[in-house]
Write a protein that binds this ligand. Sequence first.
Ligand SMILES: Cc1cc2nc3c(=O)[nH]c(=O)nc-3n(C[C@H](O)[C@H](O)[C@H](O)COP(=O)(O)OP(=O)(O)OC[C@H]3O[C@@H](n4cnc5c(N)ncnc54)[C@H](O)[C@@H]3O)c2cc1C
Length: 389
Amino acid sequence: MKPDFPNTSIAFARQGNFGLWRAGLLFRFMAYPLLVKWIGGFLHWSLKAGLPVSFLIKATVYRQFVGGQSLEECHSLVNDLNRFGVQSILDFSVEGGDSEEQMNAAYDETLRSIINASENPNIPFAVFKPSAFARNALLENLIPNQIISPDLQVYLDEFRNYIQNLSQKAAEYDVPLLIDAEDSWYQHLVDEITEEMMSKYNQKRAIVFNTLQMYRHDRLLYLKNLHQKAQEMDFIAGLKFVRGAYMEKERIRAEEMIYPSPIQPDKASTDRDFNEALKYCTRNITRFVIFCGTHNEDSCQLLVSLMEENNFEPADKRFWFSQLYGMSDHISFNLASKGYNVAKYIPYGPVKFVMPYLLRRAEENTSVAGQTSRELSLIQRERMRRSQK
Ligand SMILES: Cc1cc2nc3c(=O)[nH]c(=O)nc-3n(C[C@H](O)[C@H](O)[C@H](O)COP(=O)(O)OP(=O)(O)OC[C@H]3O[C@@H](n4cnc5c(N)ncnc54)[C@H](O)[C@@H]3O)c2cc1C
């Protein structure tokens, strides 16, 4: 049952020749970090200035990494992915705002995405970013292990309410809800609220999922403590495992504000803890549902091997694999072809508002060592294979 990741004919079965050519061109461009920075910055500025560049963005990066402007616009993509056994998670990728009006709008959209998922068996999860529901004053002024002021307490209560209400709605609609992880300095609040939600709604099945960023050196210990709480309070811990996306920002802040960096000393330590977490949860699977969010082939292979060794069926719903839309199709489609549970994270939103997400994706693809060249060489290999047929 082992997936064959280098199999490009399965990986790109969805893509026509033109789509492959366009994706290749984009990844080739992303191999030049300075160019990406300049052009990305220029396009972002042009959009803000009202210049007519959205068609250019839509035809290139947006098309590669974004599902559409709205939930409805993503439907055809969801159906199309499902033809290959790949499911979808629709992620409203508009960056959080600071006003009550913006937070309410984010809440309404997240609720709509929960209802939408409840009506579509090809959308197994809903998702949100906690920062969409927190005032900047709260996010910027929190320092780990410090008591917060009464003013911030009001914002904290508001933050808690949003997460509680969404968890309750997810339970009502019976839709598992992923809560993304962002900056470490307020993650302890998210952890605390999420644990409370898990103890309330995850008695029979995992509805609320926290995210563990394994680039943090304290997360393996956190996982073991959470396991103990799950046993004591009799709940199932839904956990999304990722390596973590904000390493530079974390290191810079810790240095500037003079506290120890929460980040692992090197990539090998992050990899080790990520894989250890998968092993730990598989060994104790009665208390966990594992959502493995990674483009790392070794970690995906490891989880496949762990499942095999322990005689878990590929379709066992306690194990999920997920990659971002537009990236690592060779992992997603090859896993799905062997019957594993795979769901693509598909961002959606108006061009203007998803631009920060797109810039992050483009930058990540230039900075994650080997990612761009891996995508590019797989695309080239598939184009070559097709031309020789
Ligand atoms: C489905 C999905 C959901 C995601 N959700 C979130 C989320 O909620 N929150 C979030 O933060 N990220 C999220 N991410 C992004 C994720 O954290 C990674 O940034 C991204 O996936 C790259 O890591 P990798 O495991 O795919 O691959 P790899 O290329 O194997 O790993 C790259 C990662 O390793 C770590 N790393 C690199 N160099 C070092 C170093 N010197 N020291 C220590 N660590 C290092 C960093 O985390 C880096 O991103 C998500 C990714 C996916 C696929």
